[in-house]
Design a protein around this ligand. Structure first.
Ligand code: NAP
Length: 457
């Protein structure tokens, strides 16, 4: 895939880049390794000062960065600005909390015959981050901020369609005060990832992206015996049970499915509704989805912009057409509009059956699958009947049902009467083919640390 900025609203290529050579990559790795030796010895207070300045730069440059992301991958300008603001908050969160998250943890010294015993958390070294285009700043920052606060260095291989956002990040941390080389962007194609990950100086990798990319990184890392964190795809269920506030559920369902033009790993994708409230929910959901304004992502009133890539709009069209051909009912949308750009309308497809692609595959666009179930047992069975396990939403005011959903939904996160979202304060990650490991919060910053046991006699 060419490394280029292509405007998804028009399909026009507006800037192209050459990939780094192997020599250039090796020089970046060498710098990362060298900087690590000094950076790991900086105090948390020094790193926190740098990180607060990075947050300040993001605040000051929010409008420009947002425009860049919108021009490269088509998210609405309001969503882009919110993403930048969230990243600034993340910087302040870890500036404040990293030291406490990684403080030495005393153990029961007497029980192990020691004068003193404890666990200390130490950085590992240069970590490779392979990142996707859908939240081009947030996904990469979600790795970079805790990794740098822990004392690691970072090498970013960003998605090939967001090179300018990647280059912005390549400078950002140095401008905030981190040593030059502590965080670097490598403009490389996916085939060059193996070269980086095989280098003995690169100690670990994190990937956010598709299952195929995850399997490839995990295979290389397995061969090299390196730690990985994988954040992969999802097909999150959204359960609606009879006690739910149907209007509120339908409103949140609409946001949950169409956020980021439908291209979010934690978007609710399968709406599983109890028969008693199915008609009311379907009516409200269809009305809300139909009312969304699709169009120019730079216009302030737009709710849904284009999909980021031509292949993406082709995939979604084929998935919906497959369901239609096999007898599914389209409640709204369902036809790709004519004209330039990679637009697809908010769509609801009902009466899905297991032979249809949408039943089992992730749909990475503003398309909801709607299912009717007889009771909570059937809802949970259907919710869990995919290879994915990222997030799950459940709408019910019944205590017992809430407890069952929290316990029985097979996912890395369950949100009850709300929408699955990532917060710096909460761990984020999946199970099954949605990946492994956690980002954010305390678990996230510890992923790329050596939890070193110290025993002193
Ligand atoms: P993708 O094709 O896997 O791309 C993601 C990144 O991996 C890009 O930098 C890409 O580089 C690289 N890549 C692709 N194939 C690779 C390989 N074989 N070896 C090494 N690197 C490789 O993902 P996408 O389709 O753009 O993104 C959408 C997917 O990401 C969806 O499944 C979505 O659910 C998932 N996602 C998950 C999360 C999460 O937190 N769990 C968050 C966001 C997105 P190139 O661009 O150069 O190909």
């Amino acid at each position: 895939m060419a490394i280029a900025s292509v405007n998804p609203a028009t399909g026009e290529t507006w800037k192209e880049f050459s990939a780094l050579t192997e020599q250039e990559i090796d020089a970046c790795i060498a710098r990362s390794d060298e900087v690590f030796r000094a950076h790991r010895r900086d105090t948390y207070a020094v790193r926190a000062g740098h990180m607060r300045r990075v947050g300040g730069l993001l605040d000051a440059e929010r409008a420009d960065v947002a425009r860049l992301m919108t021009a490269e991958m088509g998210k609405t300008i309001a969503a882009a600005e919110a993403e930048v603001a969230k990243c600034a908050k993340l910087c302040r969160f870890y500036a404040e909390r990293a030291e406490g998250f990684l403080a030495e943890e005393p153990a029961d010294a007497a029980a192990v015959g020691a004068r003193r015993a404890y666990v200390r958390y130490e950085p590992l070294g240069p970590v490779l981050a392979v990142m996707p285009w859908n939240f081009p700043l947030w996904q990469a920052m979600r790795f970079a901020v805790p990794a740098l606060m822990a004392g690691n260095t970072g090498l970013l291989k960003h998605a090939s369609n967001v090179p300018q956002t990647a280059l912005y990040m390549g400078d950002l941390f140095t401008r905030g005060g981190f040593p030059e080389g502590a965080f670097q962007t490598l403009l490389i194609g996916s085939k060059q990832v193996e070269h980086v990950l095989s280098d003995p100086r690169v100690v670990a990798a994190t990937l956010t992206g598709s299952e195929g990319a995850g399997r490839s990184i995990a295979a290389i890392a397995g061969r090299e015996l390196k730690k990985t964190v994988l954040e992969l795809g999802g097909s999150d269920p959204f359960l609606v049970l009879p006690s739910a506030d149907i209007e509120a559920a339908a409103k949140t369902a609409t946001t949950a499915r169409t956020q980021n033009n439908g291209q979010s790993c934690i978007a609710a994708k399968r709406f599983i509704v109890h028969a008693d409230v199915y008609d009311a929910f379907a009516r409200a959901f269809t009305a809300n989805m139909s009312a969304l304004k699709v169009g120019d992502p730079t216009a302030p009133g737009t709710d849904v912009g284009p999909l980021a890539q031509e292949q993406g709009v082709r995939d979604v069209t084929e998935q919906v057409d497959d369901a239609k051909a096999k007898g599914a009912r389209v409640l709204c949308g369902g036809e790709r509009p004519h004209g330039p750009g990679w637009f697809y309308p908010p769509t609801i497809v009902a009466d899905l059956t297991p032979d249809m692609r949408m039943y089992a595959e992730e749909v990475f666009g503003p398309v909801a699958g709607l299912y009717k179930v007889a009771d909570l047992d059937e809802a949970i069975t259907l919710a869990n009947a995919t290879p994915f396990g990222l997030g799950a939403n459940a709408w019910t005011t019944d205590d017992a049902e809430q407890r069952r959903c929290a316990q029985e939904l097979a996912a890395g996160a369950v949100f009850v009467n709300g929408m699955v979202t990532s917060y710096p304060e909460l761990p984020f990650g999946g199970i099954k083919t949605s990946g492994y490991g956690r980002e954010l919060a305390q678990l996230g910053i510890r992923e790329f640390c050596n939890a070193k046991t110290v025993w002193m006699g």
